[in-house]
Design a protein around this ligand. Structure first.
Ligand SMILES: C[S@@+](CC[C@H](N)C(=O)[O-])C[C@H]1O[C@@H](n2cnc3c(N)ncnc32)[C@H](O)[C@@H]1O
Length: 303
């Protein structure tokens, strides 16, 4: 049946469009039909945000469901035939998990009051969609946009409220095109490659696309800060100057934004820094118990 449908579709489109466009459309249909349709997947109404993170495998929660799934598959590849079977597992707590970053209490602090509003949410760096699927059930009336450098077949889910695009967030032109089409978000979460240049380049490009009153989150910047501090402290101990493009940590950048203090930076130049100073109402930096857990939060003023 399915093959006949694809052949029909192929000839239908071929009449009207060029062959390359037709192939692209068919590939898209094939990959979309393999995705888990969240509009049809039943999840308990009262499930907590933390359990959603564990269920769908994001490391944002107290436990890291994704690592457990990969570990189980490594030991016994027939235990679950696919990811849908894994997310439908009967009792979440029947498994062993390594600890996650446990951002849940911080996210709940910001999200619990607004979770039923009609929001536009963007996650930069979706992986297989672990957090996107979790937010889908937490924010029941919101649209969730997400980008990743990887192609769409790596993204497991589909829904009328989910919009995935393959975009390299370090490609300013592609980001500009994406933001012109979809921009104006109430929540933006940067969970992409966790390096200093990406964090700052994303602030430069995406912070202006955040709506007044919106929240901008940067996850896991501690990796990058620790690397930089190790080299910086070692050189300073011997009175040496560090010859690196970026010599300031994300933590220091947050403090400077909070105090509206200008600093030299080859990506966050004076005009964008002044924009951030003028538009930002609140800066919060959270370090969790997990040794790498770190979350920077910028709240935009209401107008
Ligand atoms: C830590 S994973 C995201 C995890 C996911 N958000 C979750 O909560 O489970 C980081 C993702 O960022 C993506 N990424 C890395 N560099 C990127 C770039 N330049 N542009 C867009 N996505 C990127 C990677 O492909 C990867 O899927």
């Amino acid at each position: 049946m399915r093959i006949r449908y694809f052949i029909k579709r192929f000839f239908f489109h071929l009449k009207n469009e060029n062959i390359l466009v037709v192939f692209k459309k068919i590939l898209k249909t094939i990959f979309e039909s393999n995705k888990i349709n969240l509009d049809q997947l039943h999840v308990d109404e009262n499930i907590s945000l933390d359990d959603l993170f564990i269920k769908f495998g994001s490391d944002k929660g107290s436990l890291d469901g994704k690592k457990t799934y990969s570990y189980i598959k490594l030991k016994d590849k027939n235990k679950f035939s696919n990811y849908l079977e894994w997310i439908n597992r009967a009792n979440l707590k029947d498994f062993d998990y390594q600890l996650g970053h446990n951002f849940t209490p911080v996210y709940e602090k910001y999200f619990s009051k607004i979770r039923f509003k009609k929001l536009k949410i963007l996650e930069i760096g979706s992986a297989n969609g672990h957090a996107v699927a979790s937010f889908f059930y937490y924010f029941k009336n919101s649209k969730i946009f997400t980008i990743d450098i990887k192609k769409s077949f790596n993204f497991f889910y589909r829904s009328k409220r989910i919009f995935f695009e393959t975009v390299d967030c370090m490609n300013d032109l592609k980001v500009d095109k994406f933001l012109n089409k979809h921009g104006g978000f109430d929540i933006i979460i940067d969970d992409s490659d966790h390096t200093h240049p990406t964090f700052v380049n994303n602030i430069k490009n995406f912070y202006p696309a955040l709506n007044p009153g919106g929240f901008y989150f940067l996850e896991d910047f501690k990796y990058a800060d620790q690397d930089l501090l190790t080299i910086r402290n070692y050189n300073e101990k011997f009175g040496r100057k560090i010859m690196m493009q970026f010599t300031i940590t994300m933590d220091e950048i947050f403090r400077n934004i909070e105090n509206k203090k200008l600093f030299d930076h080859s990506i966050l130049k004076k005009p964008i820094l002044n924009y951030i100073f003028e538009k930002t109402e609140q800066v919060h930096v959270h370090y969790g118990e997990h040794p790498l857990s770190s979350l920077g939060i910028l709240k935009k003023k209401d107008n």
